[in-house]
Design a protein around this ligand. Structure first.
Ligand SMILES: NC(=O)c1ccc[n+]([C@@H]2O[C@H](COP(=O)([O-])OP(=O)(O)OC[C@H]3O[C@@H](n4cnc5c(N)ncnc54)[C@H](OP(=O)(O)O)[C@@H]3O)[C@@H](O)[C@H]2O)c1
Length: 269
C-alpha cells in the first residue's frame, strides 16, 4: 500500500457537523490543536449560539486557527438547501478552493429516535421521514455539496463518518437510528468504491456520555435496552467524549485505515 501521510499535516478546509456539543464539540477542539494554524474550520449545527461558544473555546486555546460558524438544519432536505452551502462559505469569507491542500468533512450530526416506540408502532410517515432526513438524506446531500465545491481529485479529500455499533447490532427502541446508521455506512462503502481517491473513515466512538445518550437512557421503555444501558453505565463502558476522539485523532495521524471499513474506538461486546 502507498505510504499515507498523517492527515493533520496539511492546510485543510474542515467542516464538522453537529459541532455545537457532545462528540462534535470535542472533535472541533481536538482537531484545532492538531491541524496547521492556517487551516479553516467550519462548525455546523442548528444552535448558532452554542457554535459561537465552541468557536470561543477553540480560539482561546489556539488563537491562530480560523473558525467559521454555519447554522444549518440537516433535516431541511428541500430542493437546493445544501447546493451552494460551501460555495457561499468560501465566497463570503474571501476564500477559494486553491487556498487549501486538503478538504475534510466530518459527518457527526445525528439524532436518536423516540425510544418509547417499538418497530411495529412506527406508523407516522412524518416521524419516520424526518429521522431519515436528518440522519441519512441530509448527510448525503451535504456530502454531495461538499465534493461539488471541493472537486479537485488531485488534492487530499477526507470523510469521517461517525458511525455506531447500532448500524450492525440491532438495538431495541433505536429502530430508525440503527437503520439510518447501517444505510450511511453502506453509502460510504459505495462512495469508497466509486471514488477510491477519497479517504473515508467510518468510526464508531463507543458509548459516550452526551445529550444523545442521556436522551436514549431517559426515553427508552424497552426493558432489555434499559438493562443494557444500565449495565454500560455501571460497568464503566460509558466514556467521556475525549477518550474516543483521542483515538480518532490517533487513527487519522497513522492514516492506515481502510476506506469505509467499520472501525471501533473500543470493542463494546
Ligand atoms: N453518544 C454516543 O454514545 C454515541 C455512540 C455511537 C455513535 N454516536 C454518534 O456520534 C455522533 C455525535 O453524537 P453525540 O452523542 O455527540 O450527540 P449529541 O450530543 O446529541 O449532539 C448531536 C449534534 O448534532 C446536531 N444536530 C442534531 N440535529 C441536527 C439537525 N437537524 N441539523 C443540524 N445539526 C443537528 C446537534 O446540534 P444542534 O442541536 O445545535 O443542531 C449536536 O451538535 C452522532 O453521529 C451519533 O450517532 C454517539
Amino acid at each position: 500500500m502507498e505510504q499515507q501521510q498523517n492527515i493533520f499535516l496539511k492546510k485543510t478546509f474542515v467542516a464538522i457537523t453537529g459541532a455545537s456539543k457532545g462528540l462534535g464539540r470535542c472533535i472541533a477542539l481536538q482537531f484545532a490543536a492538531k491541524f496547521p494554524v492556517n487551516t479553516v474550520f467550519v462548525l455546523m449545527a442548528r444552535n448558532e449560539q452554542a457554535l459561537e461558544n465552541v468557536k470561543s473555546e477553540i480560539t482561546s486555546k489556539t488563537p491562530n486557527v480560523t473558525v467559521l460558524v454555519q447554522q444549518y438544519d440537516q433535516g431541511s432536505v428541500g430542493k437546493d438547501y445544501f447546493k451552494d452551502i460551501f460555495n457561499e462559505i468560501l465566497s463570503g469569507n474571501n476564500l477559494s478552493e486553491n487556498d487549501f491542500e486538503q478538504f475534510m468533512i466530518v459527518h457527526n450530526c445525528a439524532t436518536a429516535t423516540d425510544g418509547s416506540k417499538r418497530s411495529l408502532e412506527l406508523c407516522d410517515s412524518v416521524e419516520v421521514r424526518s429521522n431519515f432526513d436528518i440522519n441519512l438524506t441530509g448527510m448525503i446531500l451535504l456530502n454531495t455539496s461538499f465534493f461539488q465545491t471541493f472537486s479537485d481529485s488531485k488534492k487530499s479529500r477526507v470523510v469521517v463518518n461517525m458511525s455506531s455499533i447500532s448500524g450492525s447490532a440491532p438495538m431495541t427502541c433505536l429502530h430508525l437510528y440503527c437503520a439510518g446508521k447501517a444505510a450511511r455506512d453502506m453509502y460510504m462503502r459505495v462512495l469508497a468504491a466509486e471514488e477510491p481517491s477519497i479517504r473515508i473513515l467510518t468510526f464508531a466512538p463507543g458509548v459516550v456520555d452526551t445529550d444523545m445518550l442521556k436522551g436514549v437512557e431517559r426515553g427508552c421503555t424497552d426493558d432489555a435496552m434499559v438493562a443494557m444501558l444500565k449495565q454500560f453505565r455501571e460497568g464503566g463502558k460509558v466514556t467521556l467524549p475525549e477518550i474516543p476522539i483521542s483515538k480518532l485523532v490517533e487513527i487519522l495521524e497513522a492514516n492506515t485505515f481502510e476506506n469505509a471499513v467499520f472501525t471501533e474506538s473500543d470493542t463494546l461486546f
